[in-house]
Design a protein around this ligand. Structure first.
Ligand SMILES: [Ca+2]
Ligand SMILES: [Ca+2]
Length: 379
């Protein structure tokens, strides 16, 4: 009698096959979960290196401007709330992170200064919005004695208030404008190199046209502000205070009542008081907000990604503005935050984040810088 050969029974084979199938199934689900994990919510590792078209300019550099090589970069930012100095806002309007292709251009290394703006005004006799008497038809019901030219100034409340209540720290003051930035009796004497402020959108546009330049698109601004670093939180990297240094003019202390000026400045700082980014640009984070020419909408990026496919080329933003918080107002994009931004409020010194401003209002923390297209034809 032959000894029985030990063979697995058919039921055992099925158990093994079912086991392998289950393991493959679990692995597949893990892969699927990895694929569907939302990239914007992951770390900055979703960013890939910037692809550069024309690394060096073949044309003469305009005075005071830096070359931004055309190519592809990743625009937007992940939710920064878990990061040190990341602030309290999820920054939903800065997603999805998406690839943008830009032609080469030049951009001002600094925010436009009082001295530069003064030359423009002297040559053109331009009168800024803040210096014009408001028209009665634009303010129906207002008493004539209240129609006074002026602008909005940050005025810290005496005691701690809710950070939701932002109207409490802004004051409309007659007689305030770019020449009198902090009050009707203030002056820009000895402040030639401070960024010009109380600039409404049309004022910035008028200066740019006079200078033979234009305002940057939001994509141009962000590409330049990133300084060649892909996906970093700040223009200089991911550590807000490397070796304990302050690298931008922001707010220290308990906002809005306590301004310690630990970074050296309680208000604006002269341009280029802090180190430049990798492209030679100063103060892209902090100091003063900077106008961009795109209309603001919180869903701009989602719309661009839906309509532009994988690669969005030279985006110029939506056709009109819409801010759900103030839908009746027309707003353009502002970038970079200001000396009033802190980790308690705003945090828009984070380079991929977005701001917005009503186009006819300047205030004492809004300025701008300009761009100039390259004459080099992209390949
Ligand atoms: Ca400061
Ligand atoms: Ca700035």
């Amino acid at each position: 009698m032959k000894a029985p050969v030990h063979q697995p029974s058919s039921s055992l084979i099925w158990q093994i096959l079912i086991g392998i199938g289950a393991a493959l199934g679990v692995w597949g689900l893990i892969r699927l979960a990895m694929v569907f994990q939302s990239p914007p919510e992951r770390s900055a590792a979703v960013f890939t290196a910037t692809h550069v078209q024309i690394p060096q300019p073949t044309e003469q550099a305009p005075a005071g401007m830096a070359w931004i090589a055309g190519g592809e970069f990743l625009m937007g930012c992940a939710d920064p709330r878990s990061k040190p100095f990341g602030g309290p806002d999820p920054m939903n309007d800065a997603r999805p992170i998406h690839t943008v292709s830009l032609d080469s251009f030049w951009i001002d290394k600094t925010e436009v200064t009082n001295a530069q703006f003064a030359i423009f005004v002297k040559e053109t006799n331009y009168v800024t919005v803040a210096e014009r008497k408001p028209k009665a038809e634009d303010f129906p019901g207002a008493a004539p004695e209240n129609l006074l030219a002026g602008s909005i100034v940050f005025a810290p409340p005496a005691e701690k208030i809710s950070l939701e209540d932002h109207y409490r720290w802004w004051n409309y003051l007659p007689g305030v404008n770019w020449r009198h930035p902090t009050g009707p009796d203030s002056s820009i004497e000895k402040h030639d190199n401070d960024p010009v402020v109380h600039i409404a959108y049309e004022d910035a546009e008028a200066f740019a046209m006079w200078a033979g330049k234009r305002l940057p698109t939001e994509a141009e601004w962000e590409c330049a502000a990133r300084g060649g670093l892909s996906g970093s939180l700040y223009p200089w990297g991911n550590d807000f205070r490397p070796a304990g240094r302050w690298l931008a003019n922001t707010w220290q202390g308990s906002f809005p009542t306590e301004n310690t000026g630990e970074d050296g400045y309680e208000g604006v700082s002269p341009v280029a008081s802090f180190p430049a980014n990798g492209y030679g640009l100063f103060d892209v984070s902090g100091n003063v907000w900077e106008w961009c020419c795109d209309w603001y909408r919180p869903d701009s990026y989602a719309t661009e990604v839906r309509s532009g496919g994988r690669l969005i080329r030279n985006p110029k933003g939506p056709r009109e503005s819409f801010d759900p918080q103030e839908p009746e107002q027309s707003k353009r994009v502002l970038r970079g935050g200001s000396f009033l931004c802190s980790e308690q409020y705003c945090a828009r010194y984070i380079v991929g984040t977005r701001g917005k401003g009503e186009i006819s209002s300047g205030c004492n923390h809004i300025g701008f810088r300009c761009v100039k297209p390259s004459t080099v034809t992209p390949q």
